[in-house]
Design a protein around this ligand. Structure first.
Ligand code: R5P
Length: 289
């Protein structure tokens, strides 16, 4: 078993390697003056069962190309099997042709990973589980539900007075599974996306009055969905609001929005490496084990 890391999330790769008691393999990535990347393994991969860990976080295009090059180089170095471990799969939201003349990019990324030579993919909490079906090779779709359930259970004093909230219809299945696991009621918010960075959230289905609301979502990106959901919950009488995400992408105005929001705390797992300023409102949960 050999584990290598792309540049997107070396601490998570190191944590996974440590958990398995396997040293993190040696590889290097350089950028030429003309912006092209150069990837090289610094050890033999011959007959190895090779795992390449790379989250497709910003800069997404760089990290994707680096992953493709690492897969390709591993295959041509006679690795016996190559598994692409993609904790955060970018482009998962581009999963259908919902407008004319657009690319279904989640499928295109799957095609590229397979063409590069991956034998298997491991990923976590795909925005839309159907992306799984874009691959012809085996895909293990992992869930952070247990990590998030444990976080809520230890964070909230009176869990029996809590309610799980899906901030949009797309998250209902995930939220419902978590609600069942924690034996809590469920609520959901009617969200409409206005643009890449703006959403509007209106109606609420369910009762949150005088309760602790626990929002669950696959990812927090600009935090537009999150802060709108918090406002709706507060307007409907929620006492305190917490949120937990598998993927803390935190781009653009995210941190500023969270700081200004009355939300108590926002937790995300370490599928994405957080490089921003520390904030007392942010928690990181580990999916390394
Ligand atoms: C979208 O449907 C997803 O489940 C998330 O709600 C969305 O990606 C969050 O994006 P943002 O933080 O930019 O609102």
């Amino acid at each position: 078993l050999m584990i290598f890391s792309g540049q997107s999330n070396v601490p998570l790769a190191q944590e996974i390697a440590d958990n398995l008691g396997v040293p993190l393999g040696k590889s290097s990535t350089e950028r030429f003056a003309n912006d092209c990347l150069f990837v090289r393994y610094e050890q033999s991969l011959r007959e190895g069962d090779v795992f390449i860990i790379q989250s497709l976080t910003p800069p997404v295009q760089d990290h994707l190309v680096e992953l493709l090059m690492m897969i390709d180089a591993a295959k041509s170095s006679s690795a016996a099997r190559v598994t692409a471990v993609i904790p955060y799969y970018a482009y998962a939201r581009s999963d259908k042709k919902d407008a004319p003349r657009i690319s279904i990019t989640a499928r295109l990324v799957a095609d590229l990973i397979q063409t590069a030579g991956a034998d298997r993919v491991l990923t976590m909490t795909l925005h839309s589980a159907q992306v799984h079906g874009f691959f012809k090779i085996p895909v293990d779709h992992l869930s952070a539900e247990l990590v998030i359930a444990n976080y809520f259970a230890t964070r909230v004093d009176q869990l029996e007075n809590a309610v799980i909230v899906a901030p949009d219809a797309g998250d209902l299945k995930r939220a419902s599974a978590l609600a069942r696991r924690l034996a809590l009621p469920l609520a959901f918010i009617d969200k409409q996306r206005l643009s890449d960075t703006e959403v509007t959230s209106r109606g609420l289905v369910g009762d949150v009055k005088e309760k602790t609301a626990l929002i669950i979502d696959d990812e927090v990106s600009t935090a537009g969905t999150l802060v709108q959901a918090v406002d709706v919950l507060k307007q409907n009488g929620a006492e305190a609001v917490y949120a937990a995400f598998t993927h803390g992408v935190y781009v653009g105005p995210a941190i500023e929005r969270i700081e200004r929001s009355p939300i108590v705390e926002v937790a995300a797992t370490n599928t994405c490496l957080y490089k921003g300023q520390p904030s007392p409102k942010l928690q990181t949960l580990s999916v390394g084990p």
